[in-house]
Design a protein around this ligand. Structure first.
Ligand SMILES: *Cc1c(COP(=O)(O)O)cnc(C)c1O
Length: 395
């Protein structure tokens, strides 16, 4: 059996999105910046897509900039707010310990340029404490950046509450909503954000395209210089087929949102229940305040890398943390942030489901993971020490 359970890394492209891609590439091949009819027809499609994407998150079309994906959108929001901050002599940025590397590495770069970066902790439930923001924000703060839903453990953050604090203190607020858009309802006004990043390939659109929402009046500086596309904020001929496919994928995701969340939550609950029966295992992140499709576990006495390879042999596509952490031997910064010690964090598994997964696949996942964990423990020196009492169990 082949089971794709790595939808947080990238979701399969929706047939409707693929069709929109091909149709747009074929019929609207003109450059939207060209003045002739063929170009203007492409321009019209581009603006229709902008209106659709904006409507999907409660924004206006003028507040949407198309980008090459979530990473670029995060970077542009962060560097824009930082640059304006520096002009005003404000160089403090507040974020969290569990952000995606697109945010964390941008902040690390700013740190080398003299910015003060504060990464607030999360609880063992993987959720930030709203009160920490009250305390941390001061008159030097030029940006607060908090992800809406975490890519590794699926936890959903209290963005609306943090947004209220930022608004009261007049501090720009960015959210990386890449895992959330298309999966939970997202409204920029309800959340009170000034910037929001989204990416098409996390909700059934193509890879390499995304968008940044920028509240009217919030500063935005280009990362890419060149032509006047995207009102001078992002140079380069627009990737129109990909943008059309993104708009189609988002519309379709939202049209079936309630039904899909219900279906996927049921699969998730079954999977969590099944994997919880494995001795010395633990679910990562809050049991309820998490994305419908996210199941993240730690198993004591095993290596996540070995687990992934055996599961791959069994036809299962899974991940140990984020796609960026797997392949390196450093344990995930997110698992360390929720208090998992190094050894335990190494034995992690992330299964991310979609509405295309079936009950039969969940049964297969439970059976395969249970067997593989047992097999790896059979030849793990750490597991032997745990069993003999030389080491103490943590989970
Ligand atoms: C995938 C992801 C990104 C990066 O998006 P790309 O489109 O792949 O650049 C950023 N943040 C989060 C939370 C993600 O899951």
């Amino acid at each position: 059996m082949q089971v794709y359970a790595d939808n947080a890394a990238t979701a399969k492209i929706r047939p409707s999105a693929l069709k929109a891609y091909i149709d747009t590439a074929t019929q609207y091949f003109g450059n939207p910046s060209s003045l002739h009819e063929v170009g203007q027809a492409a321009k019209e499609v581009l603006e229709n897509c902008r209106t659709k994407i904006a409507a999907a998150i409660g924004a206006t079309a003028r507040e949407i900039i198309f980008t090459s994906g979530g990473s670029e959108a995060d970077n542009q929001a962060i560097f824009s707010a930082a640059r304006l901050g520096a002009k005003k002599g404000k160089k403090k940025i507040i974020s969290t310990a569990i952000e995606h590397h697109a945010v964390l590495h941008a902040l690390e770069k700013l740190k080398t340029e003299g910015y003060e970066i504060v990464l607030l902790p999360v609880g063992t439930d993987g959720i930030v404490n709203v009160k920490d923001f009250e305390t941390a924000i001061d008159e030097n703060t030029c940006l607060v950046s908090v992800m809406l839903a975490n890519n590794e453990i699926g936890t959903i953050q209290p963005i609306k509450e943090i947004g209220e604090i930022c608004k009261a203190k007049k501090v720009p607020f960015h959210t990386d909503a890449v895992q959330a858009v298309g999966h939970i309802p997202v409204d920029v006004n309800d959340l009170g954000v000034d910037y929001l990043a989204l990416s098409a390939h996390k909700f059934g659109g193509p890879r390499g395209v995304g968008a940044l929402y920028v509240r009217a009046g919030a500063p935005l500086f280009p990362l890419v210089e060149g032509g006047a596309q995207e009102r001078g904020k992002r140079a380069g001929t627009e990737n129109l087929p990909a943008i059309a496919a993104m708009a189609t994928a988002l519309e379709e995701s939202l049209a079936h949102l309630d039904a899909n969340v219900k279906k996927v939550t049921k699969l998730r609950e079954k999977l969590i229940e099944g994997l919880s029966k494995i001795p010395h295992s633990a679910l990562n992140g809050d049991r309820k305040k998490r994305l419908a499709g996210n199941v993240s576990f730690c198993f004591e006495g095993i290596e996540g890398e070995g687990l992934l390879l055996y599961l791959s042999d069994a036809g299962i596509s899974a991940s140990s943390g984020s796609a960026c952490t797997s392949g390196s031997l450093d344990p995930s910064h997110v698992l360390l942030a929720i208090g998992r010690v190094h050894d335990v964090a190494h034995g992690s598994l992330r299964l991310t489901l979609s509405e295309e997964n079936t009950e039969e696949e969940i049964d297969y996942l439970i059976k395969a993971v249970t067997e593989v964990v047992e097999k790896i423990r059979g030849f793990s020196p750490v597991w032997r020490d745990l069993q003999s009492g030389k080491r103490q169990y943590i989970l």
